[in-house]
Design a protein around this ligand. Structure first.
Ligand SMILES: [Zn+2]
Ligand SMILES: [Zn+2]
Ligand SMILES: [Zn+2]
Ligand SMILES: [Zn+2]
Length: 258
């Protein structure tokens, strides 16, 4: 369930913002307190609040007479005291994101912000930052959309890792596919998750060779013997520290002379 709420307080208020100096306002204003303790006091016009405190250290409210809100952050204090109250309410809140489909559990919208979450039931799915969530026609049997993620190949897997594992798909495609590049090592690179997905030598800890699998598609072989990846920022070697990915192979030079 979504348990984050935005509090809204409206009325004829005195607003006092104190730091090194002190500002005082009075008017019929609406105060919004976000779950991250950001406090915004809005008057009649413009997008800019009359007073605000972003991610306050503490916010306390007192509803005894009218209402009052006190927010503090470091040396800053923001007080809102109502002389006459027009309204006070809590509303459920979530991150707003790009709509990417429909929740199979509750029928509400799935949206993409940092991950993907349901606006209705609050279900969340972690999604790699570079993943593209596909349209609903490419849905999994479980009803969730699929995502497209490039890890050596373009994989299309369910948003829910528990339903269909990206790691398992990458492992099936590339486990033991590349040899450890260390001169005196005869190991293969295994696909493992260590924070992110890595291709790491099977002889670990005797050999500590390991590379994060880049977000991109394998498009050839580097002069060092490892694969090259076509990524959003260009062609690179599996080894991020290797600068030989763009060296022209000798036979291509010969062909160019013809
Ligand atoms: Zn839902
Ligand atoms: Zn699924
Ligand atoms: Zn090795
Ligand atoms: Zn290389």
């Amino acid at each position: 369930m979504i348990d984050d709420a935005i509090r809204v307080l409206a009325g004829d208020c005195t607003v006092i913002a104190e730091d090194a100096d002190r500002e005082e306002y009075r008017g019929r204003v609406t105060t919004i307190v976000k779950p991250d303790n950001t406090v915004l006091v809005h008057d009649i016009d413009g997008y800019q609040p009359v007073a605000w405190l972003t991610r306050a250290d503490s916010v306390s409210s007192d509803r005894r007479d009218g209402f009052s809100v006190v927010a503090k952050k470091g040396t800053q204090t923001l007080r809102i005291a109502a002389h006459e109250r027009d309204g006070f309410a809590h509303y459920p809140a979530s991150a707003a994101g790009t709509p990417v489909g429909t929740c199979p559990d509750c029928g509400a919208a799935l949206v993409r912000s940092s991950g993907v979450h349901c606006v209705g039931c609050g279900d969340r799915y972690g999604v790699p930052a570079d993943a593209t969530v596909r349209d609903e026609h490419c849905g999994c049997d479980c009803g969730l959309p699929k995502m497209r993620v490039e890890r050596g190949l373009a994989f299309n897997v369910c948003l829910d890792r528990g339903c269909e594992s990206l790691d398992a798909a990458v492992k099936e495609a590339f486990d033991r596919e590349w040899a450890c590049p260390k001169a005196d090592c005869d190991g293969d690179l295994r696909i493992l998750r260590r924070g992110g997905l890595i291709a790491g030598c099977e002889h670990y800890p005797d050999c500590d060779t390991g590379f994060a699998v880049p977000a991109g598609v394998v498009d050839g072989e580097c002069a060092c013997g490892l694969p090259t990846f076509e990524t959003a920022s260009g062609i690179r070697c599996l080894d991020a520290t290797c600068d030989r990915a763009l060296e022209t192979p000798l036979e291509d030079d010969a062909a160019a002379d013809d």
